[in-house]
Every structure is written in C-alpha cells, then in structure tokens.
Design a protein around this ligand. Structure first.
Ligand code: AMP
Ligand code: MG
Length: 391
C-alpha cells in the first residue's frame, strides 16, 4: 500500500498533456487550453476612440470654442474640425482625426453654439489611441492559456472566431454491482439506488468535461472483462466504480490484469478510498474507484480530476489547497491519511458529521476536504489544518 503523496506522484509522472489538438469556435472554448499562440488580427481599438462623453477640440489653448458638429458611437464619418472649434462627442465614438483632445462634459459650460472650458486642457486627453490595448499581429493570448469567460470576451473584441486548443479526453464511466437500481425504479429487498454514475457525470460536467458515456455491468467476470475491453478501446479515460475490492464478486482487478492493463498502483493508505486502482493501457488512463459513494467522489477530486485536467493541457490542475482554522474537534482512528468532508466559511473549518464512506450526506453539504496526514490523530478547535477546496 502506498501513501497519498506517492499515489499523486505516480499519477503526475504517468500523465502528460495530450498532443491532440482541435480547432473550435471561440463561443465553445470555455475551459479549453490554447494549443497555439493567438495573434490579434486587428489593432484594438481599431480607430481613435473617445473614452468619455464630452467635446472634441480642434486646439487646446483657447478657453471658448464654437460648437460645429456631433459624433456618436457607430458614426463612420470623419468630420472636419479647425482651431477654436468643438464637436460634441460620446463614449466609443471615433475622435475626428484633426481633433487635438477631448474634454469631459462636466468641465464645460455650454451656451448657444459655444462651449467654455472651466479649466485648461492638455493634448490627447480622454482619447483611446489606435492599438492601445493590442496591435495587429501581436500575441493576444499565448499557448497553454486556459480560456476563461474574460478570455472569450477578449478574443471576441479582436474578432477572433476560431482557436486551436488541446482536445479534451473522452471518458467512460462503468458502474459495477448486482445490487444497483436506477433512481425512479422500485427498490426490491437487497437493492440500493445507483448514485455514482450521476454524481461523477455531474462532477465532470462541472469542470467542463461533457464527452462522458456511462455503462453498467453486473458482478460477472466475463461481462466485466468484455465491457472493459470495449470501453478502453473507445475512450481516453475509463472510470470504473466498485468491484475493485477483495470480495469474491469483485472482478474488476482480475479483468484489468487479464486484458493487459498495467497496474501503476493499487491501494492507497487513505480513508476513504483505500482500494483505489490506477493503471495505463498504452495511452489510455484507467481508474478503478471504490464503490462506496463518498470514497468514489473523494478519489475523483484528489486523483482523477487533476489527471484529466493535466491531460487537457491545464498547468494548474490540482484543487486549490490551503490552510484553515478548525472550528470543531475530530479524532482520527487508524494510521491512514484522511480526507474529511468539511465546510469552509472564510477559513473557519467545520468538520461535518457522517464521515463514513457509504454516506454522501456530509459531502452534499461540504465545500472543502480537510486533509489529515497519517501521523495526525487529533484535531482540536483552533488548530491550523490543511484543506483542499472543492470546485
Ligand atoms: P464495492 O466497491 O463494489 O465493494 O461497493 C462498495 C459499496 O458501495 C457497496 O455497499 C455497494 O453497494 C456500494 N456501491 C457500489 N457501487 C455503487 C454505485 N454505483 N452507487 C451507489 N452505491 C454503490
Ligand atoms: Mg460491488
């Protein structure tokens, strides 16, 4: 059995960002990572823009100017303006090319067709220069930048419509277990509702992964092996839920071995999630997650999601780690490291009740996981503790 740190390190070593790229529309690029630099196709702004509502002046030294015209945003003419003349102008409008400056309307008195400045002005005030933000041909965003909503807005301001990004992996989720019934069906004696697939699909969706297919298989060796072979052939990442423990009806480990999946590790000294399996089959990534729902989700956040983000080109792929102050006491039994469902209120950390790996109630209310290293046994109110914030 290996430690949490060893497990993380092995995944790190085995996971490289994909070399597959794809050209997509900027409108669909949220959460993708740029595989190439993007150059600006235009100067931005493309013309001299007024930054304020006010008056464009044909000179700067006079106090009184004759009002001769008006330009508003979207106007496409370039009206003449001479010394001693002013043109009414609005934010975003093109500043006439002969204008020397713009004064804001709050600093001006208007009477008849004249304006009088209340204070002196300087050349080029309140004007956004051509290419002030970026010049045509300059790098707008570099390779390996993650596309955020602001990034999408920025590319749109430049008129960029398509970009080349790293492909996101295709993902299969396989649930195992004869006892599992889909929510909505009646439960017979001995059955429980299947929750892991919906939960994992949602967790993936939340982080921007939607190419997810779900499969189910009963606790039967031949069916398990056949489904694993098929899903490994068809997807980049395979997540298996359950059937990876040591029970007589846990067939996942044996089936994976039999089809030549290379075991990188099996079993991590942690609670929950001890029977976690991680393996590779050529360039395919395989995680077998324990079936207990809270174990499955903990392993997903700590190990699976970072691996998937790294494959997709992210350079920051781990959940945000930090420290907080314990708001509750906790006693850890045993020598395994623990991930505890907790609530983080501005750094005040409350460890929640119902930490058992079969229970999701606390996870449903948690926004952080507390990490207790192997050698920590007690948390006392006021202690500084390590936390991993959930997305
Ligand atoms: P296993 O890892 O297959 O031994 O399953 C451990 C526990 O998790 C058992 O109580 C299972 O019934 C439960 N379990 C396994 N898979 C799921 C699932 N997809 N949804 C809900 N509970 C599950
Ligand atoms: Mg099972």
């Amino acid at each position: 059995m290996i430690s949490v740190q060893q497990a993380l390190q092995l995944i790190e070593q085995q996971t490289q960002k994909t070399s597959n790229t794809v050209t997509i529309s900027v409108s669909e690029a949220l959460g993708y990572v740029l595989a190439k630099d993007v150059f600006s196709p235009i100067d931005m702004p493309p013309f001299r823009q007024s930054a304020m509502d006010g008056y464009a002046l044909g000179s700067v030294q006079e106090t009184t100017y004759t009002l001769v015209n008006e330009v508003k945003a979207g106007d496409t003419e370039d009206p003449e303006i001479k010394e001693g003349q002013a043109i009414r102008i609005f934010t975003g409008a093109p500043v006439p090319s002969a204008a020397k400056t713009v004064v804001i309307q709050e600093k001006v008195e208007v009477s008849n067709h004249q304006i009088t400045l209340q204070e002196s002005t300087v050349p080029m005030a309140n004007i956004r220069e051509v290419g002030e933000q970026i010049k045509k041909g300059d790098t707008a965003l570099s390779k390996d930048t993650k596309i955020t909503p602001a990034g999408i807005g920025y590319l749109a301001t430049l008129g960029v419509t398509e970009i080349e990004v790293y492909k996101k992996p295709t993902i299969a989720i396989i649930t195992t277990g004869n006892e599992l019934v889909a929510p909505g069906q009646p439960l017979s004696y001995g059955q429980i509702y299947e929750s892991n697939s919906l939960m994992l699909v949602s967790a993936l969706q939340k982080s921007g992964f939607s190419a997810v297919s779900t499969y189910k298989v009963s606790d039967n060796y031949e069916d398990t092996q056949a489904l694993l072979e098929k899903t490994i052939a068809d997807h980049d990442v395979i997540l298996i839920s359950g059937g990876i423990s040591v029970g007589d009806y846990d067939f996942v480990g044996k089936a994976l071995r039999n089809i030549g999946v290379e075991e990188v590790f099996y079993k991590v000294k942690q609670k929950p999630g001890k029977p976690l399996f991680y393996g590779k089959h050529k360039n395919k990534t395989i995680f077998a997650l324990p079936g207990n729902p809270a174990s499955s989700l903990s392993c997903f956040y700590i190990y699976v999601l970072p691996a998937i983000l790294k494959l997709s080109g992210y350079s920051n792929y781990h959940l945000e780690r930090g420290k907080g102050v314990a708001n509750s006491n906790f006693t850890k039994k045993g020598e395994r490291a623990a991930f505890l469902k907790a609530h983080n209120d501005h750094g005040q950390i409350t460890i929640l009740d119902a930490q058992a790996s079969s229970m999701l109630r606390s996870f449903a209310l948690a926004n952080t996981l507390v990490y207790l290293p192997e050698d920590t046994t007690e948390v006392t109110i006021g202690d500084t503790i390590e936390i991993i914030n959930l997305p």
